[in-house]
Design a protein around this ligand. Structure first.
Ligand code: CDT
Length: 308
């Protein structure tokens, strides 16, 4: 038996601040049409796919940043994406900044089915960077100012004939993200990212960005017997160079497709969701081999506690 899904990872090149939402939606629609030519069932777009990565700038009054956020999804400006997806019979996953009616700000990703209906919403859990302006940095990473962390955690939804979960960018570095979904039987994890190559707190990590990106997604896929699709907004955006290397990773941990450029680029892979069971029912048979009775610290403690 196979449950085959054809999945497209639609990497985006840079979005500069002067680019309008309409221009960006045109790019996303073009990628959807390309995906349709490749018979894709599902296309995954990056984190904050509708705008430039605005947390690189600080504004004293956060309401001056309201224009970067979406108040409704779909909205008149994003409607053409939903209409095209429905017309082509392709689902998609899209990251964007969300401003709720009661004033909450989240880094959000939605999963849209082939009929254009929103089946799931995920809000980023692990918010990296800093809360306050740090004037000595060459650029800010003020996500902790612009977004509050989700309290909803990592859900898994029945969609596209399988069990689908989502995470966003920094979430992919934390094994707990994958495992919480793994414990819900996840078969496909969708993850958008914006990863500046220059890591200001420790530049020795700059050269390792690509390695770390692959390391975490490959190990997360393997250790949980799941497909992982990681999709970048890449290239030099407003002077900041960001990692590409979008990839589709099999439950074996192997990379089955990877982008070559830092531009808008679609990669496609046929993904057999039944392949997950090869790992879920053998080495990573959680029910047989996990030892939750000795993992208490994972949920009872946040930072390191020394016992001496
Ligand atoms: N967008 C995002 O989460 N980026 C982070 C950058 C490192 S923290 C400054 C990441 O984990 O890729």
């Amino acid at each position: 038996m196979t449950r085959m899904l054809t999945i497209g990872a639609a990497q985006l090149g840079p979005i500069q601040s002067e680019h309008t939402r309409e221009q960006v939606i045109e790019r996303l629609v073009a990628l959807l049409r390309q995906a349709s030519d490749h018979s894709c069932d599902l296309v995954v777009f990056p984190e904050l796919a509708l705008t430039t990565f605005f947390p690189r700038w600080f504004v004293d009054d956060i309401t001056e940043a309201d224009h970067w956020y979406e108040r409704a999804m779909p909205s008149p400006v994003t409607r053409p994406l939903f209409d095209t997806a429905r017309e082509l019979g392709i689902g998609f996953c899209l990251g964007y900044a969300e401003l709720t009616d009661d004033g909450h700000r989240f880094n959000t990703q939605i999963l849209v089915e082939r009929d254009g209906s929103v089946v799931a919403k995920y809000r980023k859990v692990h918010i990296p960077g800093h809360e306050h302006h740090e004037p000595d940095r060459p650029f800010q990473h003020a996500e902790r100012y612009y977004f509050e962390p989700s309290m909803e955690g990592f859900g898994v939804w029945k969609a596209f004939g399988g069990r689908v979960g989502m995470m966003i960018c920094n979430d992919r570095r934390w094994p707990e993200s994958y495992r919480v979904m793994g414990l819900q039987g996840v078969e496909l994890i969708l993850c958008g990212y914006n990863t500046p190559i220059h890591y200001v707190p420790d530049p020795s990590q700059d050269i390792l960005q690509g390695f770390h990106n692959a390391l975490v997604m490959q190990s997360g896929a393997y250790q949980n017997g799941t497909w992982v699709v990681g999709v970048a907004k890449a290239g030099v955006e407003e002077g900041v160079d960001s990692l590409g290397q979008s990839m589709i990773v099999a439950p074996s941990g192997q990379i089955v497709a990877q982008t070559l450029t830092t531009d808008d680029e679609l990669i496609v892979s046929r993904c057999d969701l039944d392949w997950c069971d090869k790992y879920k029912k053998t080495l990573f048979d959680f029910n047989r081999y996990r030892r939750p009775e000795v993992y208490g610290r994972i949920t009872s403690q946040r930072g390191v506690q020394y016992e001496d």
